[in-house]
Write a protein that binds this ligand. Structure first.
Ligand SMILES: [Zn+2]
Length: 99
């Protein structure tokens, strides 16, 4: 039997488990070349990168690819997550609590 723990609070969970899936991907086309990219300086940069790639065998370009994250949450943390999915309140609450 599989045992899960909450990814937020670490509590062990039984069947009452919630899965959060987050996908982050570019809303633009990373492959698209604009006029700015075709300027001479940029072409030189690209050729430098290509030379480095050939030399090292590694891809040094920025990673724009889609990312998928998956979290297991207990019922309590599910509530918290849905209230504030981007944790925007976590910083503010600290300030308010001093008043
Ligand atoms: Zn939890």
């Amino acid at each position: 039997m599989l045992h899960f723990t909450c990814d937020l609070c670490g509590s062990p969970m039984n069947d009452h488990r919630y899965v959060v899936k987050v996908s982050v991907y570019p809303a633009f086309d990373p492959e698209e070349i604009t006029e700015d990219d075709v300027e001479a300086d940029h072409l030189k940069d690209v050729s430098d990168v290509l030379e480095q790639m050939e030399a090292s065998g590694k891809l040094e370009l920025e990673d724009c690819s889609a990312k998928s994250l998956r979290f297991d949450l207990c019922p309590e943390c599910r509530k918290k997550y849905l209230k504030d999915p981007l944790a925007r309140d976590s910083g503010r609450r600290l300030k308010f609590s001093q008043n």
